[in-house]
Design a binder for this molecule. Structure first.
Ligand SMILES: Nc1ncnc2c1ncn2[C@@H]1O[C@H](COP(=O)(O)OP(=O)(O)OP(=O)(O)O)[C@@H](O)[C@H]1O
Ligand SMILES: [Mg+2]
Length: 618
């Protein structure tokens, strides 16, 4: 990498960190009351921690001073039996400090944990909402990106990590920094000369800490990517567990997952060595510092420049200062790794700002109206001069200069070889992807997934080719109502009747309340398709699109397609039917033949059928 590129990359990384920090700040600020109480308690508990050795010292030394005073005046027997006088004022101060310290620690932990939990929950909500709203093309790209890895691990681990950054971790930094500063101040005020002795090792420790932090930051980022990829791998294997078992790959897959964990574990071990070096180093440095202080301090006491009480206070402060440094170092390292998590979240949340902005307008024709506009029922659906590629690159079109027009009450069939682009047309019509060029309009209004109709009606309702991708681990009823949650049970049952679901729902345990499992795993392939069909019919769309609806349906189920065709004709809706079934093709008014993303023929039904399937029509 050239120097210029390197400095650009560094600047970019810095900018990303800044933006991620700003995002965390914005989220944390929303918890202002809890944050304010937490921060005030944090300061109070830090001060209490710093003052505790001083107050303990006062209690001890002043008690001893009184005791020696009373010893000099009383008889020696009384003196030796009591041994030590309690200074009531010092005791009261100590008790007040302990109460205040305990209370502030309680408030600090309660409030800051609450801030952490709420920031985490808010980040999760925002991230999920953002991911739900992203275009499928963005999702495709993100899934490929190794840095992003699994969405689940991002939703669980990254948000939890980032949620801590400006609450618990930041509080640890402040607490340790206060302890460090206060004890440094205490040391200077007790004996500046001894301070010189104790800080002589400071540059060595600072250089060591910086090197270890740098190593840990890099290792943590790499480890996060490894863990996230392993999570993504596991998610996919669980989703396709039957395929793993059918191909007898359980052992292979377990081994692969194990290798991924080993790699992450190895990195973890290296990070633990760095952690150990850091902690051990701090211990050595503090001990060396203490030894030097005690050695030099004894000389100072002998020369009368320092009291023995001052020396013991100095030793305690040196020790606490060392703890302060190690606390800051540890918390800073955690903060850095939490900021990496925040960067990942921010990279998704800010996606629209960097790409995809204005996509809505790109494909629109100059004459098209806005897609937010409400539409009336019964218009013409048009695709005009569509070019589309999944990766956004111009030369790799899946659809090329494709145009079609679908009028109300008409049934159009689309045929073509595997990979010709039929399902891609469906995805574009449903607004899942946007064309690179050309327009999709409904009565002149650009179609997108935001386009709305007046009343409880969808513009385009689609039954996808893969039914498993459309079904959730919910009841039959909830799956049907997914297209129109406000529909009544009667309306849903009527749609189910039209899609021939009734024949099997009656046999299910609990009927419409039967939970069908993830992707409809507790149903047969045909039953899944029928539920999808019922869902599409319930949406009462202006245009119904059925992508291979009869591929898994038996003769009775196939009748559901016939019913859908008749229902569309009667209610003046249009229907786009992708099928290879002769019985379904016969019902179409026109047939489009698609080849490598191009319409090669558009003929009336009988004429095309005769050529495609001559045996059938005879
Ligand atoms: N999400 C995707 N990302 C990249 N390429 C894709 C994606 N989906 C489909 N393709 C590619 O686009 C082309 C058209 O696929 P499409 O699914 O539209 O075909 P189809 O006509 O529906 O085929 P089939 O009859 O097998 O269902 C294929 O070459 C396929 O590899
Ligand atoms: Mg297809």
């Amino acid at each position: 990498m050239s120097k210029e590129n390197e400095s650009n990359a560094k600047q970019m990384a810095k900018l990303k960190r800044k933006r991620a920090f700003a995002m965390l700040l914005e989220e944390t600020r929303k918890e202002f009351p809890a944050l304010a109480v937490g921060t005030a308690s944090l300061i109070a508990s830090s001060i209490s921690n710093a003052l505790l050795p001083v107050f303990l010292g006062n209690f001890y030394f002043e008690g001893q001073a009184q005791s020696s005073q009373s010893c000099s005046s009383a008889d020696s027997q009384t003196c030796s039996s009591s041994g030590y006088d309690v200074d009531n004022i010092a005791l009261m101060r100590l008790i007040a400090l302990v109460v205040c310290g305990g209370l502030s620690s309680f408030l600090r932990t309660t409030c800051l944990t609450r801030v952490e939990a709420r920031v985490t929950a808010r980040l999760r909500r925002r991230l999920f909402h953002k991911l739900m709203g992203l275009e499928l093309s963005h999702i495709d790209e993100l899934v490929k990106d190794e840095d992003v890895g699994s969405f689940n691990s991002m939703l669980i681990d990254d948000t939890a990590n980032a949620g801590k950054a400006l609450s618990m971790t930041f509080s640890s930094i402040i607490r340790s920094a206060v302890s460090f500063l206060y004890n440094t101040y205490a040391m200077i005020s007790i004996s500046p000369r001894l301070c010189m002795t104790s800080v002589v090792l400071a540059p060595v420790s600072a250089a060591g800490i910086m090197a270890l932090l740098k190593f840990k930051t890099k290792a943590r980022a790499k480890q996060r990517a490894l863990v996230s990829n392993a999570a993504s791998f596991a998610e996919e294997r669980f989703a396709n567990l039957a395929a793993v078992k059918l191909n007898k790959r359980e052992l292979d897959e377990s081994e692969k997952y194990g290798d991924m964990q080993d790699e992450a574990g190895e990195l973890d071990a290296r990070v633990s060595v760095a952690d150990g070096l850091f902690m051990g180093g701090i211990f050595w440095l503090t001990s060396a510092s203490l030894a030097a202080v005690v050695y030099q301090g004894r000389k100072e006491v002998t020369m009368g420049r320092l009291s023995s009480q001052g020396l013991s206070r100095f030793v305690v402060s040196t020790f606490l200062m060392g703890l302060g440094i190690s606390g800051v170092g540890r918390a800073r390292s955690q903060f850095t790794s939490q900021l990496i998590s925040a960067q990942h979240i921010h990279s998704i949340l800010s996606l629209d700002e960097e790409k995809g902005k204005g996509d809505d307008d790109d494909a629109a024709t100059s004459t098209a109206k806005t897609d937010e506009q409400e539409l009336s029922n019964g218009g013409v659906l048009k695709m005009e001069n569509i070019y589309f590629s999944y990766n956004g690159k111009d030369g790799e079109y899946v659809l090329k200069d494709l145009s079609l027009s679908l009028e109300p009450g008409r049934v159009m069939a689309l045929v073509g070889q595997n990979g010709a682009g039929k399902s891609t047309i469906v995805s574009l019509l449903a607004g899942l992807y946007k064309p690179n060029e050309g327009s999709i309009t409904y009565d002149g209004v650009v179609v997108s997934n935001k386009t709305t109709l007046k009343g409880r009606q969808a513009l385009i309702s689609v039954v996808q080719q893969e039914a498993t991708a459309s079904l959730f681990a919910l009841s039959v009823m909830d799956n049907i109502k997914y297209s129109r949650p406000d529909a009544s049970d009667e309306e849903a049952k009527e749609a189910a009747r039209l899609a021939n679901c009734e024949v099997f729902v009656g046999d299910l345990e609990g009927g419409y309340d039967y939970n069908i499992g993830r992707g409809g795993s507790r149903l047969s392939g045909g039953q899944r398709q029928r539920i999808c069909l019922a869902r599409a019919l319930l949406a009462n769309p202006t245009t119904l699109v059925l992508d291979e609806p009869a591929s898994q349906l038996d003769a009775e189920g196939g009748g559901a397609v016939e019913d859908a065709v008749n229902a569309c004709r009667e209610s003046n809706r249009s229907l786009l039917l992708i099928t290879h079934r002769a019985s379904s093709l016969k019902m179409a008014d026109s047939i489009l033949v698609l080849d490598s993303g191009k319409i090669v023929e558009e003929k009336d039904n009988a004429e095309v059928l005769k050529r495609l399937m001559p045996d059938l029509l005879e």
